[in-house]
Structures are given as structure tokens and as C-alpha cells.
Design a protein around this ligand. Structure first.
Ligand code: SF4
Length: 310
């Protein structure tokens, strides 16, 4: 029973997380993504191996006694957690015992077409859905979904869900060399994402051995692609060893950059030279730059104070 709960693990994007694995014994997924960290497996429509809700809740209660110092409880799976047939009941029971912790689900997004799943997701504080491509051909190549899954229906359903959802909606894009690393794909994603208006967009590439023979893209390429996503809070997963070029920015350039798109703490840390960081801190001190936390990630946006000449 204990393997249902794992962690806590420190996640850069969501904080200290206690995980719930709804498929601890085997991979059960309606996708067979080329980049999956688990061994490739034929996509399925329904979960066959199902853990009882009471086992999940009992394990979670025990773990919460030991680990009260967490930020989020994360529903995930060796596969796709929304295929769990008792998800609605499980979410209701977790909400009764989660105290002040936030509840997060990591889903590939395909089940969002089901209105009942949307109702369940509405009871969760942070919903992370994947959307690797905006065009069906690319989607089929990278996510290798179950035969009746249709990308356009997923996109329309995410849009309608986003408009009614009161929690934080995070969309994740994982970039694979030669599949979704083209400007045209990201230009399409930009249009789709601006229609969805998620709270945050997370962009990353492969960083663990993938199920199939595919490659990651470079950090510089990832940054170029991320720059094509406009007006939204974009969080780029920088590799720990990334040491890209540092740039010098004047105050006006910093304000211009931030007004085009909020910058994360990491964006500034990896791209600004020391003098620019000092200028940036001054702008923050006088309120021309504001700081906000978006589902666990710190972003800087254009400040509310009037312009003051330094
Ligand atoms: S959705 Fe997740 S678990 Fe399923 S195949 Fe893709 S990466 Fe693996």
C-alpha cells in the first residue's frame, strides 16, 4: 500500500510535493509518448488495475502525519490519473483531509473532453494539462494517443474548461527534436494558448532517458521557442548546468521586456548580467516592477506605480 504515496519531492514548479500514484503496479495510459520516462506500452482506454479509494486515503492520511511541511498533494500515475474510475470520489475525500495544502493533478489532458472529468477537475486547486502540439499530425507523432482521441476536441474542451475553472490551470509543452521544435508549431501553439489563457505555460525538453529514440533540444533553442509564446506567464525548465549568454539591459529595456511577457525569476537569473540585475532590483524597489507567484513560480510583471526617473 505504501507505494501509492511517494515523496515528498522538491518540484521547482510546484514546491514541495507529496505524490499519489494511482497506478503503482504498471503503466496505464491513453498515450504512448515518445518521450515517456516509462517503457513504451500500447495506449489503453480504461484502467484495468485499480487501487481502492480507501487504500489511497489511508496511505495519504499516514503520510500527512509524517510530512505536514509540504506545499502540494499531487495526483499522478504511472500513466494517466484521469483514467482512474473513482477519481471524483477520491478528489472529494482528499479535499476533506488535505488541510491547507493545495491539491494538484498532472494529466495529459485527453480526458478533458469528458464533461464529468471537467466537473471533477474543477474541485482541484491546480490542474496541469499537457499540450505538446497544436496540429493533429504533430500530436499523433509525439503523443501516440489511443485511436479515438482527437486533438481539436481536446483544445476546444480545454478552452471551455479554462473559462469556468476558478483554480490555476497550467499547460505543459515538452519539446522533442525534429517533432514539435519548429517555429510554425509554436506560432500555432501561441494562438491556441492565447485562446485558452492558462495561468501558466511550462516549457521543457527531455531530461531523462525516453521510451523511444528521440532527442532533447538545446536550452538556447528552447528559449527561442518560448519567446514565440506571447502575453502569458511562461516558465522555462532551465537545466541546472545551463550557462547561457548573459545580456546587458537598460532600465527601459527591462521594462519593455517585462511588458511584452512576464519574466520568471530563473529567466532573469540566467540571462541578465550583474549590472542589469542591479537595475532590475532598483525597478522592483520603486514599484515599477511587481512580483507575483503563479501556482508556485515567481514571476515579475510591469509595476503598478507611475514611472519615476532614476
Ligand atoms: S502521458 Fe505521461 S505517462 Fe502517458 S505516455 Fe505520455 S509521458 Fe508517459
Amino acid at each position: 500500500m505504501s507505494e501509492i504515496i511517494f515523496g515528498p519531492v522538491n518540484s521547482r514548479r510546484f514546491g514541495k510535493s507529496l505524490g499519489i500514484d494511482l497506478s503503482p503496479a504498471l503503466k496505464q495510459c491513453n498515450f504512448d509518448c515518445v518521450y515517456c520516462e516509462l517503457k513504451g506500452a500500447k495506449p489503453i482506454k480504461k484502467m484495468q488495475d485499480v487501487v481502492p479509494v480507501k487504500d489511497v486515503i489511508n496511505s495519504l492520511k499516514e503520510a500527512l502525519v509524517k510530512h505536514s511541511n509540504i506545499d502540494v498533494i499531487t495526483i499522478t500515475a504511472n500513466g494517466e490519473p484521469t483514467l482512474y474510475p473513482y477519481l471524483d470520489n477520491l478528489v472529494t475525500e482528499i479535499n476533506k483531509i488535505k488541510q491547507s495544502h493545495k491539491l494538484l493533478i498532472l494529466s495529459n489532458g485527453a480526458s478533458i473532453v469528458d464533461k464529468k472529468i471537467q466537473k471533477t477537475l474543477e474541485k482541484i486547486d491546480i490542474v496541469k494539462l499537457s499540450l505538446d502540439c497544436a496540429s493533429p499530425k504533430c500530436f499523433k507523432k509525439i503523443d501516440r494517443p489511443y485511436s479515438d482521441i482527437d486533438l481539436n476536441s481536446i483544445i476546444e474542451s480545454i478552452k471551455s474548461f479554462s473559462h469556468s475553472f476558478r483554480g490555476s490551470l497550467v499547460i505543459e509543452i515538452l519539446v522533442v527534436e525534429g517533432i514539435n521544435d519548429k517555429e510554425e508549431e509554436f506560432e500555432k501553439l501561441n494562438i491556441v494558448l492565447n485562446g485558452i489563457k492558462p495561468t501558466r505555460v511550462d516549457i521543457s525538453t527531455i531530461d531523462r532517458p525516453p521510451a523511444y529514440r528521440v532527442k532533447q533540444v538545446s536550452m538556447d533553442r528552447l528559449k527561442e521557442l518560448a519567446n514565440l509564446i506571447e502575453n502569458l506567464h511562461v516558465s522555462l525548465a532551465y537545466r541546472k548546468d545551463y550557462d547561457g549568454a548573459k545580456h546587458s539591459f537598460s532600465q527601459d529595456e527591462i521594462l519593455n521586456l517585462i511588458s511584452k511577457r512576464p519574466q520568471s525569476y530563473e529567466d532573469i537569473d540566467v540571462s541578465f548580467d550583474d549590472e542589469s540585475k542591479k537595475r532590475f532590483r532598483k525597478l522592483l524597489d520603486i514599484g515599477q516592477v511587481d512580483k507575483e507567484e503563479i501556482a508556485g513560480v515567481c514571476f515579475y510583471t510591469k509595476g503598478s506605480k507611475n514611472k519615476i526617473t532614476l
